[in-house]
Design a protein around this ligand. Sequence first.
Ligand SMILES: [Zn+2]
Length: 103
Amino acid sequence: MNIKKGDTVVILSGKDKDKKGKVSKVFPERGKLIVEGLNVAKRHQKPTQKFPGGIIDKSMPLTASKVMLVCSRCSKPTRIGTKEVGDRRVRVCKKCNEIVDKV
Ligand SMILES: [Zn+2]
């Protein structure tokens, strides 16, 4: 799982194909993630004290293999490599070879 919360990704398949969004949550043990405002499903919500109930838009988890990281350096969708910097392992863009993580 090379994608982290806060990354910008592009969706590779499905109804939101080619759309970009920000990762708001990752589930590493399930290999899934949630992209803010994308892969939205209508959900019926029961009324609660805070919410009157009705239909809400909810972003559903996507399989990590269905998204690709958008490099923060070259702004292109890219595969991710890793390299060691000191005692850390950082993610590297395969397109521009720049380090994607903030070091
Ligand atoms: Zn890049």
